[in-house]
Design a protein around this ligand. Structure first.
Ligand code: GRF
Length: 205
């Protein structure tokens, strides 16, 4: 069974959805570790409620970037982690971690990439930009993580309609509902060893 670590900086609703998917048998994986760079992250609290080891690893309390990355890698090794799922983790993942977990780090982004992604595009800003552009559809992307923000190849994408009277908040809520389904589905594809990756080309067997 694949052993997954979830990295989260915020409330952790995606983490919660993944834990529920495991519990209900929709996701054949074990969530063995949750890492947050924010001590007060709701995600840490959720992890503890589920009895999942939850650690706060912050750059601020470590002497250098190197030490920070080492602390993360050590925690991942200690818990025998095979895959990493970023769920609202707002720090860029260092290339040393990407190398170590090549093609085994996923992120979920609340838009149809490559639109509305990149540095600074998170939270309600994404949905505001979708509405400002006048898009008729929004969506969700689960993608592999590379060295840049939101540029790795997509694994799964799903459309979400934009309604005429949407605000960033109502659109975010509709998108989040889909996020909570698609992330477990994407991880399940890895659990079943159905994802073939050749450069940017990802095919699902
Ligand atoms: C989600 O919208 C996710 O797509 C983005 O950050 C948000 C995290 O929300 N990367 P939550 O903490 O899982 O509720």
């Amino acid at each position: 069974m694949i052993r997954v670590a979830v990295f989260a900086s915020g409330g952790g609703s995606n983490l919660n959805a993944l834990l529920e998917a495991v519990q209900s048998g929709r996701l054949d994986a074990s969530i063995v570790l949750v890492i947050s760079n924010k001590a007060e992250a709701g995600a840490l609290q959720i992890a503890r409620e589920y009895g999942v080891p939850a650690v706060h690893i912050s750059q601020k309390s470590l002497p250098s970037d190197d030490e920070f990355n080492k602390a993360i890698l050590t925690a991942l090794k200690e818990h025998g982690v095979d895959m990493i799922a970023l769920a609202g983790y707002l720090k860029k993942i260092d290339s040393c971690i990407i190398r170590e977990y090549k093609n085994r780090i996923l992120n979920i982004h609340p838009a149809l990439l490559p639109s509305f992604g990149g540095k600074g595009m998170y939270g309600l800003k994404v949905h505001q930009a979708v509405l400002d552009y006048g898009c008729k559809v929004a969506g969700v992307t689960v993608h592999l993580v590379d060295e840049e923000y939101d540029t790795g190849p997509p694994i799964l994408q799903r459309c979400v309609p934009v309604e005429p009277d949407d605000t960033p908040e109502t659109l975010a809520a509709r998108v989040l509902e889909q996020e909570h389904k698609i992330y477990a589905e994407a991880l399940q594809l890895f659990a079943e060893n159905r994802v073939k990756i050749q450069g940017r080309k990802v095919s699902i067997k």
